[in-house]
Design a protein around this ligand. Structure first.
Ligand code: SF4
Ligand code: SF4
Length: 474
């Protein structure tokens, strides 16, 4: 996989032995497998979040992946206000979208996305006033609200997981009746190299992280929450501890510093590291009594309840060897990536690849002008030398991919099943349990595209299952 190859290339030669050593022993308070790639966070980890410049346009996509399609509530030529609802979800899983700016709707139609697809989108040209819609008012008497009312407000605010996957938060908070959940786990691990958006939120807005955590606790009816933070962010741990000490209401909130070890930010691995509970294959966190939300999601919840703001902006880290002045920016969701890169001084040298997210799990985008989304935690620009593709070589059966897989899978074997299109075998060897962390590809000395093959196998298995359901097969 190219992104992992890029991350591998920036590993300092002197660190190789240490990294491999880290792979082979199980870190205490952590999990089996995983790696410690070069963090590459120092260029932005100490930089305060800056406000984005007014974009020339925002492009609000009407297809939100996991949460499905949206239907536009505005027409071309309409004037809209900042925070005004402009699209409603078609399906039950979805959440609405709101205008991040005040201005005029200039187009509703197909727009190129970061995934390289053409999706329907609403394009708005800002008027520069940022006039707030009158519907944006704080929620009063939160303590008197029922769990269902809190969940409904979170859904209506368009809040989704801010860690990248954009899974609708209200769905996570709506638990089956027989679920016995006792702990809310807030994910502040931010284990992806380069990214520092969550880190800066925890340092600069710890009270909002704690406030959002307390509201999320009410939403699921628990009186215990733990914020899990990798121990490479001691300033965030300290800021959160102080904010918790100052907080007056709510149940017990703690901070747990966990070992810096990729993929610590995976839900299942953070649960194991912080709470010592193991989520069995095919099961979800609530099966072991836990609901997990990201720190960015907690801040979005605090923004809705205390400031009346739906989810219209987020922090993005713009970084990498191909950016002149890496920064953490509070951006309006839907801003074209290129405008944020320009705010960071533009490209440095010869840009080769732009990735939304980090080098391990992020995805290369087809062009610099694609719009950002609610899930864009990072814009990573690698220069041409760093992003060069490497030809995969034959497997030498070294076993390194198996040894390092945090899900205890056999990536080399899964890759074989995928090449031979043996989907039943891939399913039997638990391809669906792959969390797509990219560790196997990163570790493979033959540069084999293991994670890409497994992603493909997962998509095939999913399609075959859906087809079987439609046929009525058991
Ligand atoms: S098989 Fe999946 S879970 Fe295992 S290392 Fe590879 S990408 Fe990660
Ligand atoms: S790490 Fe690469 S070379 Fe080694 S066993 Fe796995 S696929 Fe083969």
């Amino acid at each position: 996989m190219l992104y992992c190859q890029a991350a591998r290339r920036v590993r300092p030669v002197s660190s190789l032995g240490v990294a491999y050593k880290g792979v082979r022993c199980m870190p205490r308070g952590s999990f089996r497998g995983g790696i410690h790639p070069p963090e590459n966070k120092s260029s932005t980890s100490g930089l305060p979040i800056v406000a984005a410049q007014q974009p020339s346009k925002v492009v609000v996509l009407l297809n939100m992946g996991t949460s499905g399609a949206l239907s536009s509530m505005v027409a071309r030529g309409d004037s809209v206000l900042r925070g005004q609802k402009i699209a409603d979800p078609v399906g039950r899983m979805g959440v609405p979208s709101y205008s991040p700016v005040s201005g005029k709707v200039t187009a509703i139609g197909a727009a190129r996305t970061g995934l390289g697809t053409l999706d329907q989108a609403i394009t708005i040209e800002p008027d520069g006033q940022d006039t707030l819609d009158e519907s944006c008012v704080p929620v009063e008497n939160v303590d008197k609200l029922s769990q269902a009312e809190i969940v409904s407000i979170i859904r209506e605010a368009g809040i989704v997981g801010m860690g990248g996957a954009q899974f609708p938060t209200h769905v996570k908070l709506t638990l089956p009746q027989d679920a016995r959940v006792d702990t809310l786990l807030i994910n502040g691990a931010e284990c992806e190299p380069y990214l520092t958006a969550d880190h800066r939120l925890m340092v600069e807005r710890p009270r909002d992280v704690v406030r959002g955590t307390q509201i999320l606790m009410k939403a699921i009816g628990v009186d215990r929450a733990v914020i899990g933070v990798e121990d490479n962010k001691p300033d965030a741990v300290e800021a959160l501890r102080r904010a918790i000490a100052e907080a007056t209401a709510g149940g017990a909130v703690e901070v747990a510093a966990v070992r810096t070890h990729y993929p610590q930010g995976s839900e299942k691995h953070l649960i194991k590291s912080v709470l010592g509970r193991e989520v069995p294959p095919g099961r979800l966190p609530f099966h072991v009594g836990v609901v997990v939300n990201n720190v960015g999601t907690a801040v979005a919840v605090a923004d809705r309840f205390d400031r009346g703001l739906p989810l219209i902006e987020r922090v993005v880290t713009v970084t990498g060897s191909g950016v002149a002045k890496p920064s953490n920016i509070m951006m309006k969701i839907g801003t074209p990536a290129i405008e944020l890169i320009e705010q960071c001084g533009g490209f440095a040298g010869d840009p080769g690849k732009i990735i939304f997210g980090g080098p391990m799990m992020g995805a290369a985008v087809p062009a610099a002008d694609v719009p950002t989304t609610k899930g864009t935690s990072g814009i990573l620009v690698l220069d041409r030398a760093e992003s060069r593709s490497v030809e995969p070589m034959p497997c030498i059966r070294c076993g390194r991919c198996v040894e390092s897989c945090p899900m205890r899978l056999e990536p080399a074997l899964l890759h074989q099943w995928c090449e031979a299109k043996l989907w039943n075998e891939a399913e039997a060897y638990h391809a669906l349990d792959c969390i797509e962390c990219g560790v196997c590809s990163y570790e493979c000395p033959s540069r084999r595209n293991l994670v890409q093959a497994i992603k493909y196998a997962k998509a095939e298995i999913g399609a075959r299952r859906r087809a079987a359901r439609e046929r009525g097969d058991k």
